[in-house]
Design a protein around this ligand. Structure first.
Ligand code: HEM
Ligand code: HEM
Length: 247
């Protein structure tokens, strides 16, 4: 008699577990990046690609002439470099329009932004580094953003590095308005920040594509904007609580 009730209890527990499992599977995916922000990210990728491809032959034609001189070209290398300069400047124009749009959207749109850096972001960044270096087993409880992405990718790469590129690029674009030493400094700044951006991009690519743990985020930025609730529960528990409170 006792044995039967024990088996029944085990069956009940298994059934209950399956129920929970199914409920979790059915749980709706969570919107991480709305269409506007996905579109901004796609445009950033395209513009950065154009900046790099058109910038390299201007930087060192001896190494990168192959980028602009296909075997059967009908234009001279000189004309082609000029064309690349023009495309580079056009991309800069689009970038400035995008920056204005981005600021207006986030100040005027209803959605509140969490992009300001707080003291929690700094302590979480230190804890994350410690965690990934194996110095601690405690992972910080994160909100919407991963603080390292927020600080290094958003503020440093997409805002500050691009601002330095924009200001120095503006000087390079209108040399006659500036003295020679300002022009020379602008060129140094444009070159140095170019390398920094490329370095940061490699790190960003590693964290989002090559590092397996964060790959589910690709779906959020490149497809529907939705990501799995399981990922959110495990990696962004404070944001998960926020989402559940709103539901
Ligand atoms: C090489 C191709 C790229 C890939 C595969 C990629 C991938 C991603 C992914 C998966 C996210 C979402 C992270 C999350 O949900 O927390 C993201 C966010 C972001 N990416 Fe990229 N990205 C690329 C290029 C770029 C470029 C060129 C820029 C800017 C110059 C950029 C700037 C950003 C910014 C600012 C964010 C938001 C970070 C945050 O606020 O937390 N990305 N990217
Ligand atoms: C956002 C605004 C930007 C503006 C206004 C701008 C403008 C310019 C201008 C006017 C030049 C000089 C072209 C010439 O010699 O006639 C230049 C060169 C260059 N740009 Fe940009 N640029 C911008 C962003 C970028 C970005 C984001 C990158 C790469 C990530 C980049 C990479 C380069 C490179 C590698 C050169 C060649 C520098 C050299 O000759 O040493 N630029 N840019």
């Amino acid at each position: 008699m006792n044995d039967i009730s024990c088996e029944e209890k085990i069956e009940e527990v298994i059934k209950e577990e399956k129920k929970i499992e199914n409920l979790l599977k059915e749980e709706k995916k969570i919107l991480r990046w709305p269409l506007v922000e996905r579109f901004e990210h796609h445009t950033l990728i395209l513009l950065t690609f154009v900046f790099i491809v058109t910038g390299l032959p201007i930087l060192k034609i001896e190494w990168f002439s192959w980028l602009i001189t296909p075997p059967n070209t009908i234009v001279t290398t000189h004309d082609a470099v000029d064309l690349f300069r023009l495309i580079h400047k056009a991309a800069a124009g689009i970038f400035v329009i995008m920056a204005i749009f981005h600021m207006s959207y986030h100040t005027l749109a209803v959605r509140r932004t969490r992009i300001k850096i707080t003291s929690k972001d700094l302590t979480d960044t230190i804890s994350l580094f410690k965690y990934y270096l194996g110095l601690t087993r405690d992972k910080p409880k994160l909100g919407f953003h991963n603080p390292t992405e927020k600080i290094l990718v958003y503020w440093l790469m997409a805002v500050w590095f691009m601002a330095f590129m924009g200001v120095s690029g503006f000087v390079l674009m209108f040399p006659s308005y500036f003295s020679i030493w300002i022009h020379e400094w602008a060129l140094v700044i444009h070159d140095v920040f170019f390398y920094l951006i490329v370095f940061m991009l490699i790190a960003h690519f590693y964290m989002t594509v090559l590092y397996k743990e964060y790959r589910p985020l690709l779906e959020g930025i490149f497809t529907t904007g939705l990501i799995s609730p399981k990922f959110v529960r495990e990696h962004h528990p404070l944001w998960y609580e926020e989402v559940k409170e709103k539901e």
